[in-house]
Unconditional design. Structure first.
Length: 290
C-alpha cells in the first residue's frame, strides 16, 4: 500500500499558521503565536487521521524565527509537554511526518555565515521533531544548494559540511534533486559518498533532466538509498501548472495522470506538492481505492 500526503496548509480546515514581523518580536507575542500554531498543528494531525491521511509535512513556520537569534523565547522548554502530546498522537495514529527547511538553508555555501545560519536552521527543525519524540523515519528534506561557478567544488563543500552535522540531524536528513542545479544523478552520487537517503522529485527531474530514463527507473534507483532505519522510501510528486513558470505546481492533481505512476509503485510514501493540498490527496486516494 502506498501512502499519499501533502504539505503544511490544510485546505479542508481553512486556517493558516500565524507569524509576525521582526520588528514586532517579543516573548509574549511569540508565546501567543506559537501556542496558536501548535494547537492548529494538533488539530491538523486529528484532521488528517479522520480523513485517512497518514503522511504530512509540518510547516517550518510554526515557530516564528525558530533558528534566529531574534527569537529569545525558550519555546523548547515552555512547550515541551505540548510537543510531546502532538508527537504521541502522530505515533498513535501511525502517521509519518517530515519537515522541509527553506531555500536559504544552504550548507554548501562558500560563505561561512550562510553555512552557520543553515546549520542553525537544521538544528531548529531537528529539535522540533526530537521534542515530539519522533524517530528517524520522520525526515528533514534538503537540497544540495548552489553551484557557485564550480559544481565539483560545491559538492565537496556540501559533503564536508554535512560531516560537521550532529548525529541526530544526520539521521533525519534526506537530499532531493532540484529543478536548476543538481539533477538526480548528481544527488545519487552525493548519496553514495555520505550514505544519505534520496527523495526523487518527478517534476524537478522533468525540468532538470539527467537522461531519458523513466520516473520508475529513478524511483527504483533512489529506493536503494533507503535503509530500514530510514523507513519507507519517500518521493515527491507534482504536475506542472499549465501556462505558468516552469516548476510551478498545479492547482490540483490530474488524477488520471497520477494513477499511471501510482499503479506502478509498491509501498512508497508519495508527498503531493500541489496548491489544493489535502483536497487532491483525498481525490487521489478515492481514485486509486485507498
Amino acid at each position: 500500500m502506498n501512502k499519499i500526503g501533502y504539505a503544511c496548509i490544510t485546505m479542508g480546515m481553512d486556517r493558516n499558521y500565524r507569524t509576525l514581523r521582526a520588528k514586532n518580536i517579543s516573548d509574549d507575542y511569540l508565546k501567543d503565536i506559537i501556542e496558536y500554531n501548535l494547537n492548529l498543528l494538533e488539530d491538523t494531525i486529528d484532521y488528517n487521521y479522520n480523513n485517512n491521511i497518514f503522511l504530512y509535512r509540518i510547516s517550518s513556520d510554526i515557530i516564528p524565527f525558530g533558528s534566529s537569534k531574534l527569537n529569545t523565547f525558550d519555546w523548547r522548554s515552555y512547550f515541551s509537554n505540548k510537543l510531546k502530546k502532538i508527537g504521541n498522537k502522530i505515533k498513535n495514529y501511525n502517521m509519518r511526518v517530515s519537515m522541509h527547511p527553506g531555500q536559504y538553508t544552504i550548507i554548501n555555501s562558500p560563505r561561512e555565515d550562510v553555512v552557520k545560519n543553515s546549520i542553525n536552521d537544521l538544528i531548529y527543525h531537528c529539535d522540533f521533531m526530537d521534542l515530539m519524540g519522533l524517530d528517524c523515519t520522520n525526515k528533514m528534506i534538503i537540497h544540495i544548494g548552489g553551484v557557485y561557478g564550480n559544481k565539483e567544488e560545491s559538492i565537496r563543500r556540501f559533503v564536508s559540511n554535512y560531516k560537521l552535522l550532529s548525529s541526530n540531524i544526520k539521521c533525519r536528513v534526506v537530499i532531493e534533486n532540484d529543478d536548476k542545479s543538481y539533477n538526480i544523478n548528481d544527488v545519487m552520487e552525493i548519496s553514495n559518498i555520505i550514505n544519505v537517503p534520496v527523495v526523487y522529485d518527478n517534476l524537478h527531474n522533468e525540468i532538470n533532466n539527467y537522461d531519458h530514463n523513466s520516473d520508475i527507473y529513478w524511483i527504483n534507483i533512489a529506493g536503494k538509498t533507503w535503509d530500514k532505519k530510514d523507513g519507507i522510501q519517500k518521493i515527491h510528486y507534482s504536475q506542472q501548472a499549465i501556462g505558468k513558470k516552469k516548476g510551478s505546481h498545479s492547482d490540483t492533481i490530474d488524477v488520471d495522470v497520477f494513477k499511471k505512476l501510482y499503479n506502478k509503485l509498491n509501498n512508497i510514501d508519495i508527498m503531493l506538492e500541489v496548491k489544493d493540498k489535502d483536497i487532491s490527496v483525498i481525490r487521489c486516494m478515492k481514485a486509486v481505492g485507498e
